[in-house]
Unconditional design. Sequence first.
Length: 222
Amino acid sequence: MMDSRGSAALLAFFTIFVIISSLVAVYLFERGYGTKLGAIEMRIASDATRAVLKSVETELNQTLKTSVEAAMYRLGRAGREKGEITVAARESFNTRIRAGWSYHNFQSISVPLSDENTLHFEWLPDGSLQATGYLDVVVTHLTGVKGFGAELSSGVVPRYGRMWYLANRAYEEATGGKNPQQVEDEFNEKYSCELFTFSVESVEGSVRVTVKDDYAGRALAG
């Protein structure tokens, strides 16, 4: 028969065992909970990083489209060359990039300036200007999660090259002896299928030709 001292020793051992087991259980629970919580936080950070990267890419493309359209409209009215238009479009685009980006919970958003290697301009057969490229954008969340890259595409823009060519032709005919109204009627009939509208006027001896791109909603006057 076990005496009281033996029972006390057994009870003490059992109590210590229970305490140790409880501590281990608490440790494992906290570790598991912390791991799970950390995984959730990383997923949230990853989702936020993807969203911000997409937002930056969208804004870049909107800016690129606006830059191309503005350069065509502003320099086209002044009768400038195609090369000058692409230079102006790139500079306007880079001006927005220089302004930078800032988002809550993000350590940094790095967007390099575009150059000939990262943003390519191409004049298409219909006279429109297409701009495509890729920038090495780096978006860094406070947790360290990173997102990389932004694809560039200008989308639909006015057909400046075609407008410029037809405007010159109309101007040459109107100043070569044809009645301006006759030139206007003929060009509107010939090129309505291309969604161009022509206005040919003679004001105080000077001929003014305006070509409107009904598809893109822009006009070139000269």
